[in-house]
Every structure is written in structure tokens, then in C-alpha cells.
Design a protein around this ligand. Structure first.
Ligand code: SF4
Length: 352
């Protein structure tokens, strides 16, 4: 990103995907199927793969779910992380069944011996652990010490969990510190960034329904990334996980952190617009999703300002009355009837 130096961190691997260090920032999501329903879970992961999800997480709620990972893994192409709460046996079973990463808090597992068993299993297979605290899971001691929920209680509660792993000489750790409050999340990650070199999984937890959650996540995740903080991201939305990945990718794209696929630039329309630009942009978006080219496509309402305002776009259209212009890098190349405009644009894009 222009002018932003990324925070230096250790690097770890989640399957084939690097997290931290010089690895590209990855986008994760989590399935909302019953992990024991292998077909449903695989189908959802396949849909996530189609929108280029880098890592997927599944909830492991019992032994059957832990064992299902083996079959799920055979049928998918992206790394899979097991999300385990409290029961260390589920973590170990998930590792045995080939999971690529674990999300578990050592402080919730119980005795040191149990944590040691999980750590041993992870070390043997080179598996990383995400340690995370969110505003609802701060330890009682830290809540008391720091007078309630704030960045100090979140960060130092997480440090308690990190220390348990470090004391066992385990350092393949990534950290998450999520709150549904954007400012609190940002303050927490900033504080933690001063204390450790572990990579960060960032996101705004319980961000809400798709529209509101998208805005909230873009503000929170985008602010952190613009400060150089964040190595893997997850957008949490109450909706289809596919939307989470699309939003995550768009956040990275808007900060020039990835150049995957076409980026649409379109004008807000005004009294000069004489074509149905909103419909045109919606249709173009659907068609462009299937095109695998790193290009900027402008869709502008008028020929007066359109081509000029979108000069930096690789290709674009500018609406007129019943017709439109197709331009490349600000230069007009042809005039087309309105009803043929989109097809013509796509055919020109295919030639690029
Ligand atoms: Fe209005 Fe033309 Fe600008 Fe679109 S590009 S907002 S139609 S002036």
C-alpha cells in the first residue's frame, strides 16, 4: 500500500498459506453448516473457494465433527482450521484428522497437562494455534485489574493465553483481539502490536447483518490495514459466508493490497445520466465476477465527464442518449447502441 509499512511479524503456515512475515494478507471465512454433515460443509467450502477464500474455519463441536475433517479435507483445496472450545480432546482429534490450524484458547482447556498434549500434537505436525480474546471472553482477573472491558484487559487477557504456550516453547501462534466496537478493536490491536511479533488475525466480531456489517468491518479492518496492522482477515457477517469473502477481498483491493480480478469504478449518476446506469453496473458486476483479469473497469454516466474522470481505468463505458462510448485509458474507441453496450464491453475486456 502506498506509504504504509506493514508491521513486521513472524511467519507461520496454515497448510500452504503463509500468514505474517512477507506473505500476502489472506482472507478467511467460517462455515455455518453442521461440520458433521460432510456434503453440506464441502459444498459450502467449494462455494468459498470459487470466490477465492484463502483459509476456511469449521466449528468442531464433538468427536464426530473432528473425525469429519478427514473426509472434508480430501474434497477441498484450501487449508482448514478447527475451531474448538474447551475440550482438548476435540483439538487433538482434529489434528489427527489432518486439520491445518487450530483456534483454541489454552486458558479454556483446563490443566497444564491437557494443554501440553495439544501443543505436542501441533508441534509434531507443524500446526499453528490462533489464540484470541474478544470483549466477551476476558478473564475475570483482568476485568478486575483493569476495571472492565477495555484494550488493557483484552490485551493482557490474551497475553495470559500466549504465555501458557510460550512456556511450553510453542511459538506458531497468531493472535486475534476482537470486539464488536470498532474503536476498541483498533486500540487493542495497536497495543498488542507493541508487545509481540506474532501475526494478527483481524476482524470486527459480531459486525451484524450483511450491509451494516460490511461498513463496520471495512472501517475497522481497513483502519488497521492502513496502519500496516493485520496479516489475515475475517469479515464476520450474519449471512452467507461467501459474502464475507467478497467483502474481505474488496477491502484488500480498495487498499491496493491485492490485485485479483476486475475492479469497477462507477460514477454516482446525476442529471446528465441518460442511460439506466445503476442496472448496467449491477449486470456488469455479475459478469465481471467471472473474469480473471486484474483490470480497472469504469462505468460512467456521461460522455462529458466520464472518460476524463476515469482516465486511469484500463477500459470503460460512458453513457449517452440511447447509446454509449467505449474507451480505453481515457481514449474513445467506439460508439455502441445502449442495449449492446455491456456485451461489447465484455468482448473488449476479453481481448485485453
Ligand atoms: Fe454525472 Fe457524468 Fe459525473 Fe456520472 S460521470 S456523475 S453522469 S457528470
Amino acid at each position: 500500500m502506498i506509504g504504509v509499512e506493514r508491521r513486521k511479524t513472524n511467519k507461520l503456515m496454515v497448510g500452504e498459506v503463509g500468514v505474517g512475515g512477507d506473505s500476502p494478507i489472506s482472507v478467511q471465512s467460517m462455515t455455518n453448516t453442521d461440520t458433521r454433515d460432510i456434503d453440506a460443509t464441502v459444498n459450502q467450502i467449494k462455494r468459498l473457494e470459487e470466490v477465492k477464500c484463502d483459509i476456511v474455519r469449521v466449528a468442531v463441536t464433538d468427536m464426530e465433527a473432528a473425525k469429519a475433517i478427514k473426509e472434508i479435507k480430501k474434497r477441498i483445496n484450501i487449508p482448514i482450521i478447527a475451531d474448538v472450545q474447551f475440550d482438548y480432546r476435540l483439538a487433538i482429534e482434529s489434528v489427527k484428522n489432518g486439520v491445518d490450524g487450530l483456534r483454541i484458547n489454552p486458558g479454556n482447556i483446563g490443566s497444564n497437562n491437557r494443554v501440553k498434549e495439544v501443543v505436542k500434537a501441533c508441534k509434531e505436525r507443524g500446526i499453528s494455534i490462533r489464540v484470541g480474546v474478544n470483549s466477551g471472553s476476558i478473564s475475570k482477573e483482568m476485568l478486575k485489574k483493569y476495571n472492565g472491558v477495555n484494550e488493557d484487559s483484552i490485551v493482557f487477557s490474551c497475553m495470559e493465553n500466549i504465555r501458557i504456550l510460550e512456556d511450553m516453547d510453542f511459538r506458531d501462534i497468531k493472535i486475534s483481539l476482537k470486539a464488536s466496537d470498532v474503536i476498541l478493536t483498533i486500540k487493542s490491536y495497536k497495543k498488542m502490536a507493541e508487545l509481540v511479533d506474532y501475526p494478527f488475525h483481524i476482524g470486527i466480531t459480531e459486525a451484524g447483518p450483511v450491509w451494516n456489517g460490511t461498513v463496520k468491518s471495512a472501517v475497522g479492518i481497513g483502519s488497521l490495514l492502513a496502519m500496516g496492522i493485520g496479516d489475515t482477515i475475517r469479515v464476520s457477517l450474519t449471512g452467507d459466508p461467501v459474502e464475507e469473502v467478497k467483502v474481505g477481498k474488496e477491502i484488500l483491493r480498495s487498499l491496493n493490497l491485492i490485485k485479483e480480478g476486475p475492479q469497477i469504478v462507477s460514477c454516482p449518476t446525476c442529471a446528465r445520466t441518460q442511460i439506466d446506469l445503476i442496472k448496467l453496473v449491477e449486470e456488469a458486476q455479475r459478469k465481471l465476477e467471472k473474469i480473471d483479469k486484474n483490470i480497472k473497469v469504469a462505468i460512467m454516466g456521461c460522455a462529458v465527464n466520464g472518460p476524463g474522470e476515469a482516465k486511469e481505468a484500463d477500459i470503460g463505458i460512458a453513457g449517452g442518449k440511447g447509446c454509449g462510448l467505449i474507451f480505453k485509458k481515457g481514449e474513445i474507441i467506439k460508439k455502441v447502441q445502449e442495449e449492446k453496450l455491456l456485451d461489447e464491453l465484455i468482448s473488449e475486456i476479453e481481448k485485453l
